[in-house]
Design a protein around this ligand. Structure first.
Ligand SMILES: NC(=O)c1ccc[n+]([C@@H]2O[C@H](COP(=O)([O-])OP(=O)(O)OC[C@H]3O[C@@H](n4cnc5c(N)ncnc54)[C@H](O)[C@@H]3O)[C@@H](O)[C@H]2O)c1
Ligand SMILES: O=C(O)CC[C@@H](O)C(=O)O
Length: 527
């Protein structure tokens, strides 16, 4: 018998899926404090949550029987995925069921913002009949900037076009062709910021997207811009939004999510230009039914030995194959992560070459790890080796694998190549017996770099003094260099320097390094 704890309100239709299974008992308790959850979680095989319950490491560490955590919704930022993976607990979500509802809520908020509907309603409730104060603006003919054109961003784009808005979108996986097919304008982040009358964000909350809309971003927007966030708190820096509204730069903001939830007392809510809802994007009957049914089916599948459709964290490889290839998963993922940092354009094709001892292994699971590493920088932690190829396909990226017998002196060599419109970037790595993974080639250069920590990849001219200048500047920033690798194409030609440093390179420090005259480009890579 499997015991499942339902810790947040979940639609009845989903719970029926669980309750109708004779091997399952369901306990619903949606008022547990974190301490109570921690003390009771040890009795359960499955845990089902929405976004309210924080499934933290201390809770997961007490979950001695837990086999699966189901998230009825998309974002899994309320679940400690690393802790779950370490505990061998699969986390499944329901990524598709609330897309329409979140897109509709975004449009509802955009329209309510434009016509000040909530403010006018409260004014009426207070006995006023104020027709002059609540003069709005039309959406027709205005430009909507969408940052993040995934499932929800795409649906918002179609709806905005229905309102006869012009849509410009930025997404690292958006190509000009795809934008044209959708009838939206392809933009860089800068173009979206500068050209939009309304800006709506639809990215996951990741290290890269945290505070992507900050004071600097606001300063590049049009005066009187409207801002909408129905994605995740933290994508927009709240203090900067507050200041931009007070200064008049931003005419109004519609907010469904903030960094700390619940957010009843937030200072943004004191501003008359702000309208807000308490994280209601997915709160429709239909979305809650969809996500509950999807996630409950996945919970039953996993507990009864079938494959879950929407795993977020766990690889699924047969155990006999796993022992042979598992050591390469980490190397493959790190090569992908490294390479995507060097890839400035949209990836169109990824070629993975298996050489030496790797030329007769089962390639697909290793390929999935390399692709996972490539994609997760922009798509976030829900990309794993199970769903990486699916996401690559959805983003229009072709994946090719080939075997070659020559490993250029290495026992095993895994090479990953990304083709974009602007060219080809390559990286290769090997597993050194007893020493672990190493990056051994970057484009045409030979190196020997452990693929972990904070790396800085510097392309520069091979001139005397460059290394010294780089060292001095880093020392000025109080940054310690742990390792350094250099190689060059020819004397006085182009060269590469790869540093491992002891801390994350901040934006302004990166900009400082780029100022040195011999530098061609500098990329900070966090592995
Ligand atoms: N308010 C709600 O109740 C509610 C409901 C559902 C989803 N959400 C949230 O909405 C967001 C979008 O969900 P989705 O299902 O569309 O996800 P998705 O994965 O389908 O789309 C996210 C898109 O963001 C893009 N992206 C990643 N980094 C980017 C960057 N730096 N700049 C621009 N684009 C970037 C990705 O390439 C991807 O296409 C998530 O944060 C999700 O948690 C909120
Ligand atoms: O549980 C909810 O209602 C919120 C869900 C939403 O934020 C999501 O990421 O799917």
């Amino acid at each position: 018998m499997f015991h499942i704890l339902v810790a947040d309100p979940i639609s009845k239709e989903g719970l029926d899926v669980l309750q109708q299974n004779p091997n399952v008992t369901v306990t619903e308790d949606t008022n547990l404090s974190p301490d109570e959850l921690e003390s009771r979680i040890g009795q359960f095989d499955g845990l089902l949550v929405r976004s309210q319950t924080k499934v933290t490491r201390p809770i997961i560490e007490k979950a001695s029987k837990l086999k699966i955590i189901g998230r009825a919704g998309v974002g899994v930022d309320n679940i400690d995925l690393d802790a779950a993976t370490e505990q061998g607990i699969i986390v499944v979500n329901a990524p598709n069921g609330n897309t329409n509802s979140a897109a509709e809520h975004t449009m509802a908020m955009t329209m309510a913002l434009s016509r000040q509907i909530p403010q006018a309603h409260v004014s009426l409730q207070n006995g006023k009949w104020d027709r002059k104060k609540y003069v709005g603006v039309e959406l027709k003919g205005k430009t909507l900037g969408i940052i993040g054109l995934g499932r929800i961003g795409t649906e918002v784009a179609y709806r905005a076009k229905g309102q006869r808005m012009d849509v410009i979108a930025y997404d690292p996986f958006l190509t000009e062709e795809k934008a044209e097919q959708m009838g939206v304008t392809y933009g860089t982040l800068e173009e979206v910021l500068q050209e939009s009358d309304y800006i709506t964000v639809h990215t996951p909350l990741l290290k890269e997207t945290r505070h992507m809309i900050d004071a600097n971003a606001f300063s590049r927007m049009k005066d009187g811009v409207h801002i909408i966030n129905c994605a995740r708190g933290g994508i927009i820096e709240e203090e900067a939004l507050y200041d931009a509204i007070v200064s008049g730069k931003v005419a109004g903001a519609a907010i469904d999510v903030l960094e700390e939830e619940p957010f009843q007392d937030h200072k943004l809510l004191t501003l008359p230009e702000v309208i807000a809802t308490p994280h209601l994007g997915a709160s429709t009957v239909e979305a809650q039914e969809n996500v509950a049914i999807d996630v409950c089916h996945d919970i039953i599948s996993h507990l009864t030995g079938d494959t879950a459709k929407n795993p977020v964290n766990i690889p699924s490889v047969p155990s006999d194959i796993l022992s042979q290839i598992e050591p390469y998963f980490h190397l493959a993922e790190k090569l992908g992560m490294f390479l995507i940092h060097l890839t400035e354009d949209v990836p169109e094709e990824v070629n993975i070459y298996y050489s030496g001892e790797l030329s007769d292994v089962k390639m697909a699971p290793i390929t999935r790890n390399a692709v996972k590493g490539l994609l997760k920088r922009h798509l976030g932690t829900h990309v794993n080796d199970v769903n990486a190829l699916y996401f690559a396909d959805r983003k229009g990226i072709t994946i090719n694998e080939s075997r070659t017998s020559t490993a250029k002196g290495f026992t095993n060599l895994l090479s990953v190549e990304v083709k974009t419109k602007s060219g080809v970037r390559r990286v290769a790595g090997t597993l050194l017996n007893g020493l672990g993974p190493r990056i051994v080639r970057v484009d045409q250069y030979s190196v020997d770099v452990m693929p972990e920590g904070h790396l800085v990849v510097i392309h520069h001219q091979d001139l005397p003094g460059v290394i010294g200048k780089m060292g001095s500047l880093l020392s000025k920033y109080q940054i310690n260099i742990a390792t350094m690798q250099v190689d060059r194409s020819d004397i006085g030609g182009n060269a590469i320097m790869i540093l491992t440093i002891d801390k994350y390179l901040e934006k302004d420090e990166l900009a400082g390094l780029k100022q040195l005259e011999e530098i061609i480009d500098v990329t900070a890579v966090d592995l």
